[in-house]
Design a protein around this ligand. Structure first.
Ligand SMILES: [Zn+2]
Ligand SMILES: [Zn+2]
Length: 139
C-alpha cells in the first residue's frame, strides 16, 4: 500500500521541477554551442569577427523569433553580436507595431472610423459605458 500524500511527494516534485529547469537550461546552452559549432563566428549583421573570450558577445538569434524552434541544421539561427541583436529586436518590434497599425487601418473601412468618431462626439464622457462598442480586431 502506498500512502497518498507524504512529505516525500513534495521533495520528489521539487526534484522533478529542478530537473526540468536544468533540462531547459541545458537545451538553451546546447543550441548556442551547436550554432557556434556550425556557423562562422561572425556577426551576420555587422560582419565583425569574434573569437576567444569575445565570443561571449556573439549571441544566437532566432530568425522566426521562436526560441523553441531549433532545427539541427541551424536554419533558424543567426549569429549576431549583442549590439546588432538588440537592434534586430528593436527593429522588428517597431516594424511589428507599424505593420499592425497599418493592417488595422487597411481592413477597416473609412466609414467605420468616421462612424465611431461621430459617436464619440455625441457621447459626453461621463455617460460612456465600459462596454462601448470596439472596432473589430484584425486577425
Ligand atoms: Zn553585429
Ligand atoms: Zn534574437
Amino acid at each position: 500500500m502506498i500512502p497518498s500524500k507524504t512529505p516525500m511527494d513534495e521533495a520528489k516534485r521539487a526534484q522533478i521541477r529542478d530537473e526540468l529547469y536544468r533540462d531547459i537550461a541545458t537545451r538553451q546552452v546546447s543550441y548556442r554551442e551547436k550554432a557556434l559549432r556550425i556557423l562562422p563566428h561572425i556577426c551576420a549583421n555587422c560582419a565583425r569577427e569574434f573569437e576567444g573570450k569575445r565570443l561571449r558577445e556573439l549571441t544566437v538569434h532566432h530568425k522566426d523569433h521562436n526560441h523553441h524552434n531549433n532545427p539541427p541544421d541551424g536554419s533558424n539561427w543567426e549569429l549576431l553580436c549583442l549590439y546588432c541583436h538588440d537592434h534586430e529586436h528593436e527593429k522588428t518590434l517597431i516594424g511589428g507595431h507599424y505593420e499592425g497599425a497599418r493592417a488595422k487601418k487597411d481592413t477597416l473601412a473609412p466609414s467605420i472610423f468616421s462612424q465611431f468618431s461621430a459617436l464619440d462626439s455625441l457621447l459626453p464622457p461621463e455617460t460612456a459605458t465600459p462596454d462601448t462598442p470596439q472596432p473589430p480586431e484584425s486577425k
